[in-house]
Design a protein around this ligand. Structure first.
Ligand SMILES: NC(=O)c1ccc[n+]([C@@H]2O[C@H](COP(=O)([O-])OP(=O)(O)OC[C@H]3O[C@@H](n4cnc5c(N)ncnc54)[C@H](OP(=O)(O)O)[C@@H]3O)[C@@H](O)[C@H]2O)c1
Length: 298
């Protein structure tokens, strides 16, 4: 597996080996998706260093069988969504693009929540325009803005859904209590929280999603590359299993729960291919437990 090139060449639709999940009960996606935050400039601001490579990454992701892409209006801002449309529009049948609203950007690495209804409405319109879509399959509230009543934020998304601009609604960085409250206002199909083999703070949220058959989309699945480094706590096991640490981290997520939809991000085709090859890596119970123990002890 460390030489993932042969796996990628052997099987053009390799991502499909990660299995499928039905978002909202009817949007069929390959479980291993792609996160499009890293196809922007430093600090998730402005143009990426290599726009042509970013376009290649997206096209290669689809070629390899990925049909679930995560983005947000705030990545760039606008840049990630524009590059997705440039690379992939007109979209192949079955491609699910999930985007988010609820942040405004003031500069590199600066993120300010804005859950005011007028902001969410115009954010959704902007995403529809940049992505060249009539309807967004999965629209996620990037954060519940503590300055605005949750009822107003989720009520706005419910209105956008009723107008046909959004198919399904998801949440991001929330507690179980927040999900339960949100579900009294509008149906929620997915939750996107930070989670990885070395970062297990959202275990209760994952368990809730599993029980309720909601998609759990772990962001930071590779701890932004730290899991992939030779100092990573899982690198020794990975070497023994002839996988790269990134592949092992993704295979661990896929084995952890059938509702997990990992969205590793990269700006490089080489890393994309390495990551997608994780779909073929089977983590049996013994391996899984060993990895689990090592990650918890680190
Ligand atoms: N909901 C939220 O609040 C939230 C927050 C953050 C992110 N997200 C979403 O989650 C997605 C993933 O999160 P993330 O990008 O922060 O973290 P990540 O996927 O854990 O890590 C991405 C980073 O890891 C590096 N990388 C990827 N594959 C690699 C490999 N095989 N070997 C070595 N390095 C590798 C990438 O660098 P290269 O470009 O050099 O490959 C990139 O800098 C984002 O794209 C976004 O869609 C959501």
């Amino acid at each position: 597996m460390q030489n993932h090139k042969s796996a990628v060449q052997r099987n053009q639709a390799l991502a499909k080996k990660s299995g499928e999940f039905l978002i909202g009960g009817d949007l069929r996606v390959t479980r291993l998706g792609f996160g499009a935050m890293r196809i922007t400039g430093d600090g998730i601001w402005g143009e990426p260093a290599g726009r042509a490579e970013a376009v290649r990454v997206l096209r290669r992701a689809v070629e390899l069988g990925i049909n679930f892409i995560d983005t947000a209006d705030s990545y760039g801002p606008g840049v990630s969504e524009e590059i997705i449309a440039e690379a992939l529009h007109p979209y192949p049948n079955g491609l699910v693009i999930a985007t988010k609203g609820g942040y405004v950007r003031l500069g590199p690495n600066q993120w300010v929540e804005n859950g005011k209804p007028e902001h969410l409405r115009s954010a959704c319109e902007g995403s529809l325009r940049r992505l060249r879509l009539d309807r967004i399959d999965l629209y996620q509230l990037h954060r519940i803005d503590p300055k605005v009543p949750a009822e107003d934020q989720l009520g706005t998304l419910r209105d956008l859904q009723a107008q046909g601009k959004i198919k399904y609604i998801g949440l991001s960085e929330v507690s179980v209590r927040q999900i339960q409250h949100a579900r009294t206002i509008v149906p929620i199909v997915s939750v996107q929280n930070r989670y990885s083999v070395t970062d297990r703070g959202s275990e209760d949220v994952l368990e809730y999603c599993e029980k309720e058959k909601m998609g759990f989309i772990p962001w930071f699945p590779l701890a932004a590359g730290r899991v992939s480094s030779s100092e990573s706590p899982i690198s020794r096991i990975a070497a023994r299993w002839k996988a790269s640490p990134s592949q092992l981290a993704l295979a661990w997520l896929l084995a952890r729960s059938p509702v997990i939809l990992p969205i590793p991000g990269t700006s490089r085709v080489e890393h994309l291919e390495e990551n997608v090859a994780a779909a073929e890596l089977k983590v049996d119970v013994n391996k899984w437990q060993e990895l689990d123990r090592m990650a918890r002890a680190s």
